[in-house]
Ligand binder design. Structure first.
Ligand code: ADP
Ligand code: MG
Length: 694
């Protein structure tokens, strides 16, 4: 199999369109995409006909509008191509079915945008993302909105934010004498995940219901030896990766790098970056494929941010940059960044945006699952900061202080062995601890959790940067001395926002204090971060750039909070069930065993020292009683929490009370696991799960 032959074979891409559409329709469609104008029914009819023909040739029987509701995963409603004409069976797919769908929207989260009785929702074809084939079904990427026009999905605001960024970036480039057709943000999202054997997965109700282990004592071996990172890939995993790559290539996803990650059973996939809308669709597809293909290999793919306590969680690095239709990367510093005013201006815009909108940057990654990661010494902390490295910090500092920058000489990197190549050393080392790190010609946003749709974070970055570029353009368009005005803007903004720049170790405890001194936000929990969404300054931002209406902001914040509460409640319920139905009965059996041996020793009149058995028995009995008490408490707290009507208060109570009660219960259960015979313990242990793939 040559990659070339299969790549994009299941995508109705440009090449296929060129081949299958008339020249006239093809160019009209391209015009509509480029000028962002609506597609006429004539064009839609011809495209639909071609799509149908192509899809049926590939064995499809159905089509679906593929959309991204606020659940964070994708949704589809399949329709078959069959129809009748004069009593005969025909295969049909009309233009109007391509451009518009009407799924019943009543069961998707809307945050009050749509009452349940107003079930009507529309999906609308997004011609900027190619249709593709999955499970013998033609999938048409679509936006999803309510009857009254509010967005009910993640794609619509993402497209709006891409548009806002395009408008503002073009204004700036025009001032630099560049008239480009389009500027878009580009994204490459590295995806971390765990693979475990299906048999152990199925035995853990917590993994099945919540995606993470709610109990589990630490295994004798975890990631201490750091022997899994970049280690040799096990054969079973290798086979999974091969199939995954192949399926993703067929779908036009540029799956590029696959390697083992830090924790046992943890892996990563990185694609080659592309335009943000496509990258978002492709990341959703990648996650879906990972789960599906894992099942082919009798494995379960865990996309949860923290499946195992005490073992690294999974993130999703969102690499972000800006690119023009002429192929220029606007965050590429070039050979002499100190003289590259255009680059420095865009860089300053990003820094300013991240500082001013640090609250919603944090909000964009706020989920119940990600709360376990941020600040847990494995992922960046909950404090947003920017890593620039020495060279760029030096250049910006010099401009801010009105000094000339004294360049550091490039130095060669030598291994001390003649046969090995010499190369120019990078001017800065990498910083793996920064939440938002400049990595050569792009920024890497490291806070998103592994299961998150990247639409959210990119909506925020795009819109915040658009706003700052807009302000810069407003000033520069009026200036008489352009170069001086650019330098003044850089100077002023770097001085105002340099508190966000931090090149040190973000995992260090001293950073928390330092960040507080600098006035940076430290929003530790998801609810606290989500509250920020509704701040007036943020509503103003979204309204100004036509990304969200005030109503949409409020409803989205409510959906996020509700989702947070529901997840914690499901976890609490699962814990109670596990304790009552499996754990306590199992421990009872073991206690009984221990008691029997004590009785036996006595009955036989043996003069044996049974103090160790007695001690274990006592300890187990204490933990047992305390587990019963804590389970009852958890149930009470849960009932009280679910009764709270206000969404904000309920989420806070879930965090402060319910989650705390869960943590307390876990402590006892994990302690019991360490002293209960594995013969009785009802679930596979951490060791059995993490090392289940051989
Ligand atoms: P790592 O962070 O693990 O060292 P790489 O340097 O290989 O990884 O790159 C990470 C990701 O960044 C890849 O998905 C890559 O395609 C993406 N990337 C590279 N250049 C850009 C860019 N200009 N815009 C967006 N993403 C980019
Ligand atoms: Mg990375």
């Amino acid at each position: 199999m040559a990659i070339k032959d299969i790549f994009g074979s299941l995508v109705f891409n440009d090449e296929t369109m060129k081949e299958m559409l008339s020249d006239e329709t093809y160019s009209k469609l391209q015009e509509c995409i480029k000028n962002k104008t609506s597609i006429t029914l004539d064009i839609a009819n011809e495209v639909a006909e071609a799509m149908k023909y192509w899809a049926i040739k590939h064995g499809c029987t159905h089509f679906t509008h593929w959309f991204q509701p606020m659940t964070g995963i994708t949704a589809e409603k399949h329709d078959s191509f069959i129809g009748t004409k004069n009593g005969e069976l025909i295969m049909e797919f009309r233009g109007k079915e391509l451009v518009k769908g009407e799924p019943d929207a009543s069961s998707f989260p809307s945050g009050g945008v749509r009452a349940t009785f107003e079930a009507r929702g529309y999906t609308a074809w997004d011609p900027t993302s190619y249709a593709f084939i999955k499970d013998k079904t033609l999938c048409i990427p679509t936006a999803f909105c309510s009857y009254t026009g509010e967005a009910l999905d993640k794609k619509t605001p993402l497209l709006k934010s891409i548009n806002a960024l395009n408008i503002q970036a073009k204004r700036i480039l025009k001032l630099f004498g560049k008239d480009v057709d389009n500027v878009c943000s580009t994204v490459g999202s590295e995806q971390e995940y765990f693979l475990i054997d299906k048999s152990v997965y199925k035995k853990r109700p917590d993994l099945v219901y919540t995606g993470r282990t709610l109990f589990g004592a630490t295994a004798s071996k975890g990631q201490e030896l750091e022997d899994h990172y970049f280690g040799t890939i096990k054969e079973r995993v290798q086979k999974f990766m091969e199939e995954l790559d192949e399926e993703l290539w067929k779908l036009g996803v540029y799956a590029k790098t696959e390697h083992n990650e830090v924790a046992p059973a943890q892996h990563e996939l990185a694609p080659i970056f592309c335009e943000t809308n496509l990258a978002t669709d492709q990341n959703q597809l990648t996650m879906e494929m990972m789960k599906k293909i894992a099942a082919h290999h009798d494995m379960a793919c865990l996309l949860h941010e923290k499946p195992f306590k005490g073992v690294n969680g999974s993130g999703k690095h969102n690499n972000w940059s800006l690119s023009t239709s002429t192929g220029e990367n606007l965050l590429d510093p070039g050979e002499t960044p100190e003289d590259n005013l255009q680059f420095l201006l865009f860089l300053t815009a990003v820094i300013t945006a991240v500082d001013e909108y640090q609250d919603i940057m944090r909000m964009s990654v706020a989920t119940a699952g990600n709360d376990h990661r941020l600040g847990a010494n494995e992922a960046p902390p909950a404090i947003v900061s920017v890593f620039l490295g020495e060279e760029l910090t030096g250049i910006l500092d010099a401009i801010a202080d009105g000094r000339t920058y004294s360049k550091r000489a490039k130095c060669f990197f030598e291994m001390g062995v003649d046969v090995l190549p010499k190369f120019i050393k990078d001017t800065t080392d990498r910083n793996r601890t920064s939440p938002f790190a400049f990595t050569g010609n792009k920024f890497e946003f490291r806070m998103p959790g592994s299961s998150l749709s990247i639409a959210g974070p990119n909506i925020i970055i795009n819109t915040a940067v658009a706003e700052i570029l807009c302000r810069f353009a407003d000033t520069l368009e009026k200036s008489t001395n352009f170069d001086q005005a650019v330098k003044d803007i850089i100077k002023e903004n770097i001085n105002d926002h340099k508190r966000i720049i931090f090149n040190g170790n973000s995992y260090d405890v001293s950073w928390e204090k330092e960040a507080a001194k600098r006035g940076l936000l430290n929003l530790r929990s998801a609810p606290e971060a989500i509250f920020q969404f509704k701040a007036q300054k943020n509503i103003d931002l979204f309204v100004k750039h036509n990304v969200f209406t005030p109503f949409e902001v409020k409803s989205r914040a409510d959906i996020m909070l509700e989702n947070y509460s529901k997840i914690i409640e499901i976890e609490a319920t699962t814990m109670v069930e596990m304790v009552k139905k499996d754990i306590l009965p199992a421990v009872t059996l073991y206690i009984n065993d221990l008691m029997t041996s004590l009785i036996n020793a006595k009955t036989l009149g043996l003069d044996m020292n049974m103090s160790a058995q007695k001690h274990i028995l006592e300890r187990l009995n204490n933990l047992y009683n305390s587990t019963v008490e804590k389970t009852e408490k958890l149930e009470e707290v849960k009932i009280a929490t679910t009764k709270i009507k206000e969404i904000d208060k309920q989420a806070l109570s879930c965090r402060k009370k319910l989650f705390t009660a869960m943590e307390e219960l876990r402590e006892d259960v994990d302690a019991m696991e360490t002293i209960t015979s594995s013969k009785y313990w009802p679930y596979p242990s951490y060791g059995e799960i993490l090392f289940s793939i051989r």
